[in-house]
Design a protein around this ligand. Structure first.
Ligand code: P61
Length: 458
């Protein structure tokens, strides 16, 4: 029987949550067009939509909020954040941004032009979209084992170095303004990338003169997985592991809403002086002056403190064990999940959960809706709704390999009993899976479709 980890904190502030009835949830879901993004949070019992911006901040972070220096330029909180970013990442320059996609938008505005292609292990959807709006093409080169939902390979977030070499040969370095790795790989199940793979990716890209950036939202969880799973790093501190990860790259985009344990914030860090000058210009247009980047001084301070807390090894041990507890309990009940579990989420495998629903009938979205109807649980589909794309040549839909429903776990928010409720709900649905049917679109926008699409049951 799985064991819940002992919390390395106690709870000082609470927020009431309310259970709705099944009839209420049916009405709410219909009114929301079967899109959980359109449901009000007060109508959700356990909110596993995202681990982004949903962390419970510490008393130290809240204390930092009270010493926000709200000066337009040169606030002391900017300096504190700069010290943390430099000490952890080692990059020479950084600018704050309002969140991760702000960093992406500024970076790609300065680097990507029409016809360019940007390789990665797997781009997250905001990264994809920010490359596409610049006329570029995001290309995923995940190693094949990352696409197998049940293989127990330790680093299923790795890029395939041979695919990367072939991609560069075919595309030509001139059309590749940068290469990326997402650590951990969110769209592929929150799976970590190994140190070897990060080093090799840097070497390959640099051999061709191509800059290398990390999408570092969950870099601390990735570093902790390296410590757990690569014997060569068992005795190194997570901070040192993180520093080594960054040392192979030329910069990173960061959504601080994940591993920096804040409700809002992000940054872009990099080494290249010329690029930094262009970034500052672009930042002022889009996000704000380069010492605040769309954030209040108090937010900058919370990020600075949260970056250090997110590297605390007692916290990380708890964090990873908390997620593993949910995964192990679900496996004990034979609910099909992606294994091994990632750091920030457990992913239900909708293809195996609902084998009778074909991909064009959106099994992931159907399962996400069923979780809400049954248990008031909000999850997010990471499958066809988020990633299916129309082939420009044939006009047909290209469906993603993985059809997942992500149960993302907010940091330091939910207790064991909350997770047990999730397990009971999933087990009940799995035992009665044949009554869950598919969905069809009533509205489907082209870009970032899942946020605003509408559906109806078939
Ligand atoms: C999430 F449904 N992730 O996982 P921002 N890179 C990576 C992310 O995971 C990520 C960002 C960049 C979210 C929030 C989210 O369609 C969605 O601070 C690996 O959110 O701008 C964000 O960071 C962007 C959920 C984002 C979504 C987009 O839940």
């Amino acid at each position: 029987m799985a064991r819940f980890p002992v919390e390395p904190f106690k709870i000082k502030v609470v927020e009431p949550i309310r259970r709705t009835t099944a009839e209420e949830r049916k009405e709410i879901l219909e009114a929301a067009g079967y899109n959980l993004f359109a449901v009000r949070s007060e109508d959700v019992y356990i909110d596993l939509l995202t681990d982004s911006g949903t962390a419970a901040m510490s008393d130290d972070q809240w204390a930092g909020i009270m010493i926000g220096d709200e000066s337009y330029a040169g606030s002391r909180n900017f300096l504190n954040l700069g010290e943390a970013v430099k000490a952890i990442t080692g990059f020479r320059h950084f600018v704050p941004t309002h969140q991760g996609r702000g960093a992406e938008s500024v970076l790609f505005a300065c680097t990507v032009e029409p016809g360019h292609r940007v390789p990665s292990n797997m781009h997250f959807d905001t990264t994809q979209a920010n490359i596409i709006v610049r006329g570029g093409e995001p290309v995923d080169l995940l190693a094949d084992e990352g696409l197998d939902p049940i293989s127990d390979v330790p680093f299923k977030g790795n890029i395939d170095p041979r695919k990367l070499e072939a991609f560069i040969a075919e595309t030509g370095p001139d059309r590749i303004p940068l290469g990326m790795l997402t650590v951990t790989n969110n769209s592929g199940g929150g799976q970590p990338v190994s140190m070897d793979n990060i080093r090799t990716t840097g070497e390959i890209l640099h051999r061709h003169g191509i800059p290398f950036f990390l999408d570092a939202c969950r870099y601390a969880e990735n570093a902790y997985f390296i410590k757990l799973r690569d014997p060569g790093y068992a005795n190194q501190s997570v901070l040192d592991i993180a520093r080594e990860m960054f040392s192979y790259a030329d910069g990173c985009t960061m959504s601080a809403k994940k591993d920096a344990l804040v409700n809002i914030g992000g940054f872009l860090a990099l080494n290249d002086e010329g690029l930094f000058q262009r970034v500052c210009k672009e930042l002022i247009l889009r996000e704000g002056f380069y010492t605040y980047g769309g954030l209040a001084g108090r937010d900058l301070e919370a990020v600075a403190r949260g970056l250090w807390e997110g590297l605390d090894e007692n916290y990380l041990a708890y964090r990873i064990a908390h997620t593993r507890y949910l995964a192990e309990r679900l496996s004990e009940e034979r609910v099909p999940i992606l294994t091994p579990p990632g750091g920030h989420a457990v992913y239900l495998d909708a293809r195996r959960f609902l084998p009778h629903v074909v991909q064009s009938e959106l099994p992931g979205q159907a399962l996400a809706c069923a979780l809400y109807l049954e248990g008031g649980i909000r999850s997010v589909e990471i499958g066809s709704v988020m990633f299916a794309r129309r082939d420009p040549e044939t006009g047909g839909m290209v469906y993603p390999e993985l059809e997942l429903v992500r149960l993302a776990i907010p940091r330091r928010v939910y207790t064991q009993a909350h997770l047990d409720h999730v397990v009971d709900t999933c087990k009940h649905l799995y035992d009665h899976r044949e009554v869950i049917g598919g969905l069809r679109y009533t509205y489907a926008p082209d870009l970032l479709r899942h946020f605003t699409a509408r559906f109806e049951p078939l």
